[in-house]
Write a protein that binds this ligand. Structure first.
Ligand code: PRX
Length: 668
């Protein structure tokens, strides 16, 4: 790679304004071309090749995707590639296949049989390797355990697990028998498990006694017990894997131990023939209003998206040791730790714990110990590594790495440069990948053998993806003009529904540009003169904290559920490591006294309701919130206050001006 132009980022004369007042202040002139050596071996090795393939793919997406789908294993071929009755898509109509069969069985008849599928490291230091043959056997056995626990095709199974191979085994076992899994991030609270169990109508939960995180045990089973305590869910069976050997309660008639159940089952479990459009999983993600949305992904389209993007974006080679550091509780863990790599027959690394346990070099040690060739992680982690210091990566031999990736939020150019130099040794391309829980797979990304990269941009759309930036009327805007990021044509791994809520599906994604039939991402962005996409951030009321989406409404409702709170408004505030922090403005009920103790109590209250990730960084007590005459909270003003800026812009719609002065004098 060569830096064509070494000039540092300079602020432009006038920052381009993005819809809904998001502004982009970044102009980045450094360009890094793929090295010749890398390009030579790559699946796509020049920009000309990319451009011509991309053009063909969006001119006739059905032909393009239909061609790629042949690389999967089908029990029965599809009759029609796409039926698009906006906003409802069906892909590969009439096709029959099984995702677990594509991830496992099809690799068993050749040299991949004894290849490592998952190499796992526990936080305390133990390590396990599962070959494709072994993983297949474990998945079959556990699929039979699910059946013993009355799980059938179409039933929902919640998976609330630490980062251990059994999390992937449980997901694949569900896929094998046609059950719909919904993985709940192990950092979420009992309340979140209960909400998801209720919303999905799950009948079974797969969990563990505990998992390790920063030397402590996360009491997973205990949280499940608390979630099921009030009896509001339909959960009848809880299967518990023994991981941490912490003491747990076993409820007679409901709870069973994973290892005991295995004694009763065989290792033979034929995969169920699934229709292309049968649901594969539900994953909950935050939206701008109310409770999290259950994003539904289906069988064939999702698998194809995960498979194809893993192959091309990470430019997979047969001997790669690939490590996606995301938790299986997020979409990145689904698509790029489990389904994408396994569908490709790759070797995937899985690590249970924190990056700074026992010391701040754990990631670099894992890379050196296992000879990791591809690393896919989040900007928030990179910023933490920078803070911890260069001495940690310097202790280890990182020369096995050949490709780096990032995901989850915009990466600031300085973090990109650090990643490039200190981790990639100046030689590894970086793929900055833009996508969402809803898109199922990577949408905007460099192809490492073709695309010249610039620090801070996800560059260009993947094959078959017709992304654009439009104004409020849906017209494409010019170079460097800000607007809303949309996708103009359906793609195979797109979400199919919000579980149980058709109206919300239409409203959240398809109402903004209903006339045009565009999918609205909720992100603001601009394209530069080369057509590269620069994502600026969310324009709805969704925060991106450490690469994870949190709805402001969700945190507000958690705060208001505390007995002392009358009203709450939550906005984002800048945070050096997390990208965005959570700032809460709270008014108390009459008779309640604002104290530091109460602030701490409210923080804990939010952590209990949602999970520690949502804990407000700032809590400010106010005697009133700034509202318009129609009663809408003026978040723009609160954002400025939370960021320590002076309030500017139009305040004429503010109902009570004195509130502003009083708010500005409140201290965190
Ligand atoms: O705002 C964008 C940001 O993360 C959002 C999607 O979040 P989630 O569904 O949790 O999925 C995260 C992992 C795919 C997007 O709407 N985002 C994701 N990747 C990037 C990004 N922003 C800028 N650059 C990225 N590479």
């Amino acid at each position: 790679m060569s830096a064509k132009n070494k000039k540092k980022s300079t602020p432009p004369a006038a920052a381009p304004a993005i819809a809904a007042n998001i502004e982009s202040h970044m102009v980045e002139n450094r360009v890094f071309k793929p090295a010749k050596e890398f390009a030579k071996k790559a699946h796509v090795s020049s920009m000309d090749e990319y451009r011509s393939l991309w053009k063909k793919s969006v001119r006739n997406p059905e032909k393009f995707w239909g061609g790629l789908a042949r690389e999967l294993d089908w029990r029965k071929k599809w009759k029609q590639v796409l039926e698009w009755k906006a906003p409802f898509a069906k892909w590969f109509i009439g096709g029959k296949l099984n995702v677990a069969e594509n991830c496992l069985d099809r690799h068993l008849h050749g040299p991949k049989k004894n290849k490592a599928a998952i190499i796992w490291e526990g936080e305390p230091g133990e390590s396990r390797t599962l070959t494709y043959a072994q993983l297949h056997r474990e998945v079959c056995r556990f699929a039979n355990v699910l059946k013993r626990n009355k799980v059938k095709k179409g039933d929902r199974v919640l998976i609330y697990m630490p980062m251990i191979p059994e999390a992937a085994i449980a997901m694949l076992a569900c896929a094998r028998i046609g059950a719909i899994h919904s993985v709940v991030f192990g950092g979420f609270s009992a309340e979140s498990i209960k909400d998801r169990a209720n919303d999905s109508g799950a009948t079974c939960i797969v969990t563990a006694d505990g998992g390790y995180r920063r030397g402590a045990i996360v009491p997973l089973k205990h949280n499940v017990d608390a979630a099921l305590k009030d009896g509001s869910t339909k959960v009848k069976h809880v299967i518990v894997f023994r991981r941490a050997h912490n003491e747990v309660h076993i409820e007679e008639g409901r709870d069973v131990w994973w290892h005991r159940e295995l004694e009763y089952v065989s290792a033979v479990c034929p995969a169920v023939e699934m229709d292309s459009e049968d649901p594969l999983f539900i994953l909950y993600t935050s939206g701008s209003t109310g409770k999290p949305k259950g994003i539904l992904h289906t069988t064939a389209g999702y698998l194809l998206g995960a498979y194809v993007t893993t192959k091309y974006v990470f430019d997979l080679r047969p001997d790669d040791i690939y490590w996606c550091t995301a938790d299986v509780g997020w979409i990145t863990g689904h698509s790029y730790l489990v389904y994408g790599p396994l569908a490709n027959g790759a070797t995937s690394i899985m690590y249970e714990g924190a990056p700074n346990w026992p010391e701040s070099d754990r990631f670099w040690k894992i890379i050196a110990d296992h000879g990791v060739t591809i690393l896919y992680t989040a900007p928030t982690a990179i910023r933490a590594f920078i803070k911890w210091g260069d001495q940690w990566p310097a202790r280890h031999d990182l020369t096995s790495l050949r490709l780096l990736g990032t995901v989850g939020e915009p990466i600031n150019p300085e973090a990109w440069m650090w990643y490039h130099q200190k981790i990639g040794g100046g030689r590894c391309p970086i793929v900055d990948t833009w996508w969402q829980t809803e898109t199922g797979a990577i949408m905007i990304t460099p192809l490492p053998g073709a695309t010249p990269t610039k620090p801070g941009t996800a560059t260009l759309p993947f094959f078959g993806i017709d992304a654009a930036i439009v104004d409020d009327a849906g017209n494409e805007v010019g170079p460097n003009e800000g607007g809303k990021l949309v996708v103009r044509k359906p793609w195979p791994s797109m979400l199919r529904a919000v579980w149980g809520d058709k109206a919300r599906y239409k409203e959240a994604y398809w109402s903004e540009f209903k006339k045009q039939g565009f999918y609205f991402t909720g992100d603001g962005a601009r394209r530069d003169k080369d057509g590269y996409f620069w994502i600026v951030g969310r324009i709805d009321d969704v925060l991106n904290v450490a690469g994870h989406r949190l709805g402001t409404a969700e945190i507000e409702s958690a705060l208001v559920s505390h007995e002392s709170v009358a009203e709450a408004a939550v906005v984002g505030c800048p945070d050096e490591i997390k990208g965005q922090g959570v700032a809460a403005f709270v008014t108390l009920k009459t008779g309640q006294t604002p104290t530091d103790k109460l602030k701490e109590e409210l923080r804990k209250h939010v952590a209990n309701a949602i999970g520690p990730i949502a804990k407000p960084d700032q809590i400010r007590f106010a005697d009133a919130l700034p509202k318009t005459r129609s009663g809408k909270i003026m978040r723009r003003l609160l954002k400025q206050i939370a960021s320590g800026q002076t309030v500017t812009g139009d305040t004429t719609t503010l109902e009570d001006f004195s509130i502003l002065a009083r708010l500005q004098s409140t201290e965190e």
